[in-house]
Ligand binder design. Structure first.
Ligand code: CIR
Length: 242
């Protein structure tokens, strides 16, 4: 894990602390009613703990994606057998590149952010596959310099997006209620709604207050080490309703 990709080197992550963050994350999922399937670790692919990126899962089926990064290109093969044995349909991106971190499911449609990891060709190919699963794909832009769309936004409930100020004005969010992160806590936007709780970084205190004021129940988790690898709370799981 500690050898994972990072844009800027903000110090080597501590393996023990990183491992503990992951353990706490899995325990929090279980505590909030999620049945967790763990795949074996892979030494060959250090970013493979970030399972959100190589595939997409929906109740109706799953989609194998393609990473533009050579360093992450083998991760999809680690997850594919599990998907084939679990989902009624498994589709596959065969043109362009898409990372799952750029894809946000909402009740209004599946939003796809073009980024340094997700190309126009990949996004258009994904829209076709989503259509075959009965889902509507909507393409937008991930803000410049931001790794993934979901680094900057998350769905809190059917009508509410938690979003950074730099993404809040995007047309795709115009029909949503928005809770906007403080300027000093952009990392809080990479949260996840897990049944009745929202998982948020424990050092984003002002964001936690904002969520509580809006009557969201919060689970505060550390992601200090994970963030050294440009990752956050959404990246370490794939979640779907069966
Ligand atoms: C990478 O650069 O690909 C990993 N170190 C971090 C991936 C984070 N994933 C995500 O935001 N969905």
């Amino acid at each position: 894990m500690v050898n994972g990709l990072r844009e800027k080197d903000s110090g080597w992550p501590c393996f023990e602390s990183l491992f503990q963050e992951h353990q706490d994350y899995v325990a929090a999922l279980e505590k909030n009613g999620v049945s967790v399937c763990r795949l074996p670790p892979s030494l060959k692919w250090p970013d493979s703990v970030f399972v959100e990126d190589p595939v997409l899962v929906f109740s109706q089926g799953s989609i194998l994606l393609r990473s533009i990064m050579e360093e992450r290109s083998g991760e999809v093969d680690l997850i594919a057998p599990f998907l084939y044995s679990t989902f009624p349909q498994v589709l596959e991106i065969d043109q362009g590149y898409v990372d799952g971190g750029d894809v946000l499911w909402t009740p209004n449609g599946v939003i796809i952010g073009i980024s340094s990891r997700t190309t126009h060709e990949g996004a258009e190919n994904l829209v076709k596959h989503l259509f075959n699963l009965g889902l509507n794909g909507i393409i937008t832009e991930t803000p410049t310099g931001v790794l993934h769309l979901k680094s900057d936004c998350s769905l809190l409930d059917e009508k509410t997006i938690f979003v950074t100020p730099r993404l809040a004005g995007a047309k795709v969010f115009q029909n949503f209620k928005k809770i906007i992160t403080p300027e000093t806590e952009y990392a809080a936007a990479n949260s996840i709604r897990v049944n009745s709780s929202v998982f948020v970084n424990d050092d984003c205190e002002r964001s936690i207050s904002l969520l509580k004021q809006s009557n969201f129940q919060v689970t505060a988790l550390s992601s200090k080490q994970i963030r050294k690898l440009d990752a956050g709370l959404s990246c370490m799981s794939l979640r779907w309703f069966q």
